[in-house]
Design a protein around this ligand. Structure first.
Ligand SMILES: [Zn+2]
Length: 252
């Protein structure tokens, strides 16, 4: 088979999907909160899919136990800032991308000048922080979470139900427990189960929702909360309405 002009266009096969707007995807200002397992998979998919403008926010450093799930990390990266390693490797994958590391807790960010945000976080309080900023500023937000062989995704659109609408008492009780699969040497953290294929599934769906948001097709975004159970191979989406008592919607 001979090559033609379409074979030299990096995004030719994507352009064949009618609703994808590659120009808007390339211009979208994106933030990925968290540079761990989900962040690695999400940023990998984003740069391969043509996102060029990405801030990666994380304060942690690479540990050996990350290496079973983080495609962008190498053994030699142990001890380096996750955001810096992820940004550098993502740029190798797509040199036209501008992937910028921010070594910070997402709670300490002051600049929220983004078109969309992906939440690849490992704890409830950081999630709620990103959620409330996104809702307040009207920024579309896709949250992802994994726990062993299961995971969940929620796309939060301006005016729609948010993460806090879906939260309940048991979530609140663990608000300050950091559900990390690695942990931090300075605080007690429960080590939760984690496995790469669950991570890949959840991050891939997050990026697919981000493609819709960036393309101006939020009408295609999934509604409610999608639950993935990799152990039995099911995926279900549960409807969700905005909670009139949710503090993020006061004044709507
Ligand atoms: Zn809400």
């Amino acid at each position: 088979m001979r090559a033609d002009a379409s074979d030299s266009d990096r995004f030719d096969r994507m352009r064949r999907i009618g609703w994808l707007d590659m120009d808007r995807i390339s211009r979208s200002r994106c933030m990925v909160a968290g540079a761990g397992a989900l962040g690695n998979e999400a940023v990998k998919c984003m740069v391969l899919a043509g996102f060029r403008n990405i801030d990666v926010v994380d304060m942690d450093r690479v540990a050996g136990s990350n290496l079973s799930r983080c495609v962008m990390f190498r053994g030699e990266d142990e001890g380096r800032f996750k955001s810096e390693v992820l940004a550098r490797r993502a740029t190798e994958l797509y040199p036209d991308a501008d992937v910028r590391p921010i070594n910070s807790r997402v709670q300490d960010l002051t600049d929220w000048d983004y078109d969309l945000v992906l939440g690849c976080l490992d704890n409830f309080s950081a999630r709620m922080h990103v959620n409330s900023h996104a809702v307040y500023r009207g920024i579309p937000y896709v949250d992802g979470a994994t726990d062993g062989m299961t995971g969940r995704i929620q796309a939060v659109l301006p005016g729609g139900p948010c993460l806090q609408c879906a939260s309940n008492g048991s979530h609140a009780r663990v608000a300050d427990l950091r559900f990390s699969c690695t942990g931090d040497a300075h605080v007690f953290v429960p080590r939760t189960a984690a496995e790469i294929t669950t991570t890949s599934v959840i991050a891939a769906i997050q990026v697919r929702e981000a493609e819709k948001m960036a393309s101006g097709r939020t009408d295609l975004c999934s509604r409610g909360i999608t639950y993935y159970n990799g152990e039995v191979g099911t995926m279900d989406t549960v409807d969700l309405d905005a909670d009139p008592d949710c503090p993020n919607h006061m004044g709507d």
